[in-house]
Design a protein around this ligand. Structure first.
Ligand code: COA
Length: 274
């Protein structure tokens, strides 16, 4: 366990877990936490064995969002300090969205503002069914910024995104599942098991394939079909080369021997030399 000032990081083979650790402040993200998050992501990125990154909160909160006092109130009078303080946050939010390993938000409780955003930026998310999500910015006089409106728009249907942006009302984990902000909401006592199930499905895949699958998904959402096909064909050959043609030489060879059914399970990666 790597213990930073406001974040703990546990790396266990292919799984890394980041624990936001300011439980007395509901894991509000202060400037130190933004620095620590960048450091935690650095450490994970340096470890090529990590395929899945779980982000969760210690205590009864995932994250109450940006620390309203330390990030906004205190530095506000000094424009450069304000800018630099918040730039550190904006940096790791963008890093998280484009992170090479698969990211999973494990939302154990409150997820307001930046906490809502982090859930939306992760690739996958699981929530306690009674977790509470909200874009509370409107309640203190601003709109969701720093990517929070973007995260709402890209995870919720338009009417729901605007409802939560404009009213500041909260939604439960169960509602978040209905709208697609999280993959699954479960009772609190099943949150660990559901997260482990997701991680288990990810870690037996080829990490190069996972990374390129994310890239192809993200990039092709902004392309028309001919451009998307051009892009994915180029990436397919990149994948083949980087993985030593594993899909042909290992996965499809196993299929040829009827060793598994790709519709129902995955090939055996332990048979891969690397
Ligand atoms: N920024 C700074 N401090 C925060 C915080 C935030 N976003 N969220 C919670 N805290 C602090 C509280 O001020 C309190 O500090 P104190 O013990 O020094 O008084 C401590 O965390 C515990 O919070 P409290 O309000 O007593 O807990 P609660 O369980 O009754 O309520 C919330 C939890 C999350 C509903 C409430 O704290 C809240 O509304 N926070 C702000 C959420 C928000 O608007 N986030 C968007 C930021 S972009």
């Amino acid at each position: 366990m790597i213990e930073l000032e406001t974040v703990n990081l546990e790396i266990d083979g292919p799984k890394a877990t980041i624990f936001l650790n300011r439980p007395a402040k509901k894991n509000a993200m202060n400037p130190q936490m933004h620095k620590d998050m960048n450091e935690a992501l650095d450490a994970i990125e340096a470890d090529e064995a990590v395929k899945a990154v779980v982000i969760t909160g210690n205590g009864n909160s995932f994250s109450a969002g940006m620390d309203l006092e330390e990030c906004f109130l205190k530095p506000f009078e000094d424009p450069m300090l304000f800018y630099k303080t918040n730039l550190v946050a904006l940096k790791w939010f963008q890093r998280l969205k484009a992170f090479p390993a698969v990211t999973i938000a494990k939302v154990n409780g409150y997820a307001f503002g930046g906490g809502f955003e982090v859930t939306g930026l992760c690739d996958l998310a699981v929530a306690n069914e009674s977790a509470k999500f909200g874009l509370s910015e409107i309640n203190f006089g601003i709109f969701p910024a720093g990517g929070a409106s973007w995260a709402a728009a890209h995870n919720l249907p338009r009417k729901q995104a605007l409802y939560y942006i404009l009213t500041g009302d909260t939604m439960t984990g169960r509602e978040a599942e209905t709208y697609g902000l999280v993959n699954k909401a479960v009772p609190a006592d099943q949150l660990d098991a559901e997260t482990d199930r997701l991680v288990g499905l990810i870690v037996n895949k080829n990490p190069i394939t996972l990374r390129l699958a994310k890239e192809v998904y993200e990039r092709t959402t902004t392309l028309d079909l001919p451009a998307a096909i051009d892009y994915d064909q180029a990436k397919l050959w990149e994948l083949s080369r980087l993985s030593g043609n594993e899909w042909i030489n290992v996965a499809l060879k196993q299929f040829e021997k009827r060793a598994y059914q790709p519709g129902l399970s995955t090939y055996k990666r332990e048979e891969v030399a690397s």
